[in-house]
Design a protein around this ligand. Structure first.
Ligand SMILES: Cc1cc2nc3c(=O)[nH]c(=O)nc-3n(C[C@H](O)[C@H](O)[C@H](O)COP(=O)(O)OP(=O)(O)OC[C@H]3O[C@@H](n4cnc5c(N)ncnc54)[C@H](O)[C@@H]3O)c2cc1C
Length: 226
């Protein structure tokens, strides 16, 4: 059963002109798995109302009482969110959705592959692994066009250390790979038993799904946004 609650914006962080992080305080909270997503509507409704127009966003945090979302302004509704949702404003969220996380598999190896804003579902998953002292089971490949585009780089590096590799595709970068993620990079980290997650743009997801399939990987989980 999905839960509907109103939530108040307590902070908005502007990562760039088109990417904002919204930090919301929930009126009523319920348990959810890391890697889950919500439906967010600007309308103030309750569970018994007809659900209005909304968009889906990954929960980019795993903390009590608050939820963080990283939203890229790409179209009709996200531009409404940018215009209409500021500090102290309220919206309604319905959650949790999604099955990216399975508690039975936490002791297995996991490789998270993120392109750009596709880092969002992993932020809550990484927090879960950190809180449960299971960080040795996860690795992150994080790709972006430019180094400045990386979201939460410092905190991720502090938590993951060597288990995070950064791939920058449009500029030279020290301490990271100045190229796309290749299958050789994946093979160095992941064997056929590794659970591999992919989240990025439509073309990023398509390319890596094909590449992984062609190379015999079967435990692939996609977080597809379109
Ligand atoms: C499971 C899941 C998790 C998601 N998590 C996130 C998240 O954490 N953060 C996030 O930002 N988004 C996330 N999304 C995507 C989000 O739900 C919206 O689909 C997205 O933000 C677009 O909504 P919109 O109304 O702004 O765009 P719409 O107006 O509905 O447009 C949809 C798409 O069409 C494109 N488009 C619109 N108009 C044109 C045009 N004239 N020409 C060409 N292309 C056009 C837009 O670029 C956009 O990509 C997630 C989606 C899913 C399914």
């Amino acid at each position: 059963m999905n839960h509907v609650t109103q939530a108040k914006v307590v902070q908005v962080i502007e990562h760039s002109k088109v990417i904002r992080e919204y930090i919301l305080e929930l009126e009523k909270e319920r348990k959810y798995n890391p890697g889950s997503f919500v439906q967010l509507t600007l309308d103030l409704v309750t569970a018994s109302d007809i659900w209005p127009e909304s968009r889906t966003f990954s929960i980019a945090s795993y903390e009590k009482g608050i939820m963080k979302f990283i939203i890229k302004n790409v179209g009709f509704y996200t531009s409404r969110i940018f215009d209409e949702l500021g500090v102290d404003d309220k919206c309604t969220i319905k959650y949790p959705f999604g099955d990216l996380f399975n508690k039975n598999f936490v002791n297995e190896k996991h490789l998270f592959i993120a392109g750009g804003v596709g880092i969002t579902p992993y932020l809550s998953l990484i927090k879960y692994y950190e809180l449960n002292n299971l960080l040795n089971n996860i690795s992150l490949f994080y790709s972006a066009k430019y180094f400045k585009d990386l979201l939460h780089y410092e905190p991720l590096k502090n938590v993951l250390g060597e288990n995070m590799e950064v791939f920058i595709t449009r500029e030279k970068c020290t301490g990271c790979h100045s190229k796309r993620i290749s299958i050789e990079n994946v093979k160095r980290i992941a064997d056929k038993e590794t659970n591999i997650y992919v989240c990025g743009s439509k073309s990023f997801n398509k390319d890596y799904k094909e590449l992984l399939n062609e190379n015999g990987y079967t435990k692939i989980y996609m977080d597809e946004w379109e």
